[in-house]
Design a protein around this ligand. Structure first.
Ligand code: AMP
Ligand code: MG
Length: 478
């Protein structure tokens, strides 16, 4: 087996707490990701190993299970956190990369504070579906390997079925891990964490003039690219705290996330985000804010002289906005099949989103209507304003040097035909949990693996109804 203890354990003991999991006597597997196990060559028997471990049997593999320590800025406020309901089992070494394997909802840890360390079946079904849909959409994300019924009821607003998700990530290291080392540990710990991270993810920065600045710059690049992808598909993470921003550039922590239907940059679903801090259109600001927190945490390593470190850090931070804009417009231009050389393209992108906002147009169907065979009545393209925009777009398209066929192909690969619509997903989860029957869920998980081809089920196209969307709320820690 290509399974070993996590390399994270090379870090000093301050960075984690060893765990023993309280057994779940009645646990059972309810969802297994065959596509992922094939991709990573994980033997199916591995699911049985996890199940026996959950039931409390001694395991030859899972001997070094732990919870990570980290801090983080939550809605702007700094606090000590740590894995409150997750446990890292170890690492799977695939043919290209290593993945940390983590249980979510497996019980309390030393960092649980007042939480029970558990997760509801509803929330884990949702995380599984959305994370795998994100992968299908071509976006870097934590993967969901399996869901186990925990065999117990847990208390939320009412008693609910509990579940345990098996999640894979290249690394769970986050901006908050650096904040923890800087503000709760000492200089040596910060150096150790930095060296570990560089060796693991960005070894090339060691050759650079200032490896710390280069490292932050690489993380920024990955994060800008990631957020541009989120904006490509109307994804709202919902809780972009620094503890939920991965150094590896993977999307993770699917709690209050949701997909926007009608375009409005102020769209928020999270029940606790009353100020709209993490609204769709604020995500670029939030990621820059988080990257500034990473830079601050690493300040003592940038230069020994503090003034010099601040000056170097400031120049780097000042480059963020311009770099974000490049990532964003490159992505949006790809969505409309224009190249970055097309100088009027940027204004055209801005015009389109303004129109979408004015008309409350559906985000996905607007773009899909430009390049996929979508029923025109589902899109806004018959409206006069949109027709005028399209005429301008066609004029600019004529200036492109690549063939129409190639540009169309590129647009089709950036603009999905369907996404997990909030109403659709909630109804699926309602019926799955009510009947405790998982076949429709298994099917759905497969469908979202390819959102760029026409689905058999036409309901997948349909945006959530307006009245339903207006009262829809999402939650953390469920
Ligand atoms: P999040 O906002 O989901 O990133 O969670 C913030 C913190 O709360 C993390 O440290 C989580 O591990 C912890 N947490 C969330 N839900 C629970 C729970 N039910 N029990 C214990 N800790 C939790
Ligand atoms: Mg989190």
């Amino acid at each position: 087996m290509n399974f070993k203890q996590a390399t994270y354990l090379y870090l000093s003991r301050d960075f984690y707490s060893k765990l023993s999991i309280k057994p779940f006597d009645n646990a059972n597997v309810i969802q297994w990701n065959f596509a992922l196990t094939k991709e990573l060559e994980i033997p199916e028997g591995f699911g049985e190993d996890i199940l026996s471990f959950l039931k409390g049997k001694q395991s030859e593999y899972f001997k070094h299970v732990f919870a990570q320590a980290y801090a983080g800025h939550q809605f702007g406020h700094f606090t000590m956190l740590g894995d409150g309901r997750t446990a890292v089992l170890g690492e799977w070494v695939g043919n290209q990369e290593a993945y940390e394997i983590q249980l979510k909802g497996s019980g309390p840890t030393p960092y649980s504070r007042r939480g029970d360390g558990k997760a509801t079946l509803r929330a884990m079904l949702r995380e599984y579906l959305i994370s795998e849909a994100m992968h299908g959409l071509g976006i870097s994300t934590s993967r969901s390997l399996a869901i186990y019924d925990s065999g117990e009821k847990i208390q939320r607003n009412a008693l609910e079925d509990g579940a345990i998700l098996v999640r894979l990530m290249k690394s769970h290291l986050r901006v908050g891990t650096f904040e923890y080392a800087r503000y709760f540990l000492d200089h040596r710990a910060l150096v150790q964490l930095f060296d570990f991270c560089v060796d693991r993810f960005y070894p090339e920065v060691k050759q650079e003039e200032n490896p710390v600045l280069s490292f932050i710059s690489r993380v920024a690049e990955k994060q800008f690219d990631l957020i541009a992808h989120w904006m490509r598909v109307g994804f709202i993470h919902g809780v972009m705290n620094t503890d939920n921003t991965a150094i590896s550039g993977e999307t993770f922590d699917y709690g209050p996330c949701a997909f926007m239907n009608r375009y409005d940059p102020m769209t928020v679903y999270s029940s606790i985000d009353s100020q709209g801090r993490y609204a769709f259109g604020n995500q670029p600001n939030c990621i820059q804010w988080n990257l500034v927190r990473l830079t601050e945490a690493l300040l003592p390593l940038i230069a020994t002289d503090e003034k010099k470190a601040i000056s170097l850090a400031t120049s780097l931070i000042e480059s963020f906005e311009g770099r974000w804009k490049s990532s964003y417009y490159a992505m949006m231009l790809e969505k409309i099949g224009l190249s970055t050389q097309n100088t009027e393209g940027i204004a055209l992108v801005d015009n389109l989103v303004t129109l979408m906002k004015q008309h409350g147009a559906d985000y996905i169907l607007t773009f899909a209507g430009l390049c996929h065979p979508v029923e025109p009545s589902l899109t806004p393209w018959e409206k006069l304003d949109f027709k005028a925009w399209k005429a301008r777009w066609l004029q600019l398209s004529d200036k492109e040097t690549t063939s129409i066929a190639n540009r169309l192909k590129q647009m089709q690969s950036k603009n999905p035909l369907f996404i997990p619509r909030n109403e659709w997903v909630e109804k699926l989860i309602d019926s799955t949990t009510k009947e405790h029957s998982f076949s429709a869920f298994h099917e759905a998980a497969k469908i979202f693996a390819n959102p760029f081809i026409l689905p058999k089920d036409p309901s997948l196209f349909i945006p959530s109804s307006e009245s339903w969307e207006d009262s829809y709320k999402t939650y953390c820690g469920t």
